[in-house]
Structure formats: C-alpha cells, structure tokens
Ligand binder design. Structure first.
Ligand SMILES: [Zn+2]
Length: 134
C-alpha cells in the first residue's frame, strides 16, 4: 500500500485540526492522517473506559468512533492513533484536568480496542501547541 497512514481521533472544532494533523504526520512519519471527529470525543471514549455500559448514548458514540478507526486500521494499515482533547472545548465543557484525564482514559480504551496500534493521548492548546499526556 503506497503511503503511510495514521489515525487522529479529534474534536470537530476547526481550531484544532491543523495542529493535530501536522503533529501526527511528524510523530508517526505518516503521509496521510485519517481523521475521526466528534464534539469532545474523549467524554464518550472515557465514559466507556471508566464504566462499560454506562449509557446507551456513550456506547453509540464509542461504537461509531471505533467503526471509523477500524477502517483506518484495517483498510489503510494505520498502526498509530492520536487521541486529542483541547483547551476551550465547547463539546466537552469540563475543566482542563478532567479533560486530560478523560483523554488518557480514551487512549486506554482505544489501545484495548486496537491492540496492535500505538495510541498517544495529547492536549491541544489553541495557539497550536501540543502536550503529550502519556
Ligand atoms: Zn472541542
């Protein structure tokens, strides 16, 4: 397969697309970043990690994300996933520390779902800076 793919699970917020994709290209040496977005995805992914079956809505979002990441992993051969949370998230309006802890839990949930992938949780500042959470 020509080209190396990696996967980004990111917020749909337009302010954080470029920085996360650029970071993932460099960190994973990838040419293409398959991007799976939701409004504040770590809230649902972490809910799943903390207490499986904690709600139908959470399970539905988790499954939707998992299905799309699976296309990236299975069809494009991605072996690398970045999961991002960011400053000022309107889709997940909890404090920064809670978001960061949800992001780490999301990475754990994704690593369980995709055991052959490296999964890295990151915190994104609105100035474009990326902080590693692992
Ligand atoms: Zn957001």
């Amino acid at each position: 397969m020509p080209g190396i793919f990696a996967t980004a699970v990111n917020c749909m917020d337009g302010r954080v697309q470029h920085s996360v994709n650029q970071w993932a290209r460099e960190r994973f040496g990838a040419e293409y970043i398959d991007t799976v977005t939701e409004a504040g995805p770590v809230a649902s992914l972490a809910g799943r990690a903390d207490s499986p079956g904690s709600g139908a809505d959470i399970d539905e979002v988790f499954e939707s994300i998992r299905r799309r990441v699976a296309v990236s992993v299975e069809a494009h051969g991605s072996k690398s996933i970045v999961v991002a949370a960011h400053e000022g998230c309107a889709g997940n309006p909890v404090n920064d520390e809670t978001q960061k802890s949800q992001c780490r839990a999301s990475a754990t949930a994704l690593a369980t779902a995709f055991p052959n992938c490296e999964v890295i949780p990151v915190w994104v500042l609105l100035n474009g800076q990326i902080e590693l959470l692992s």
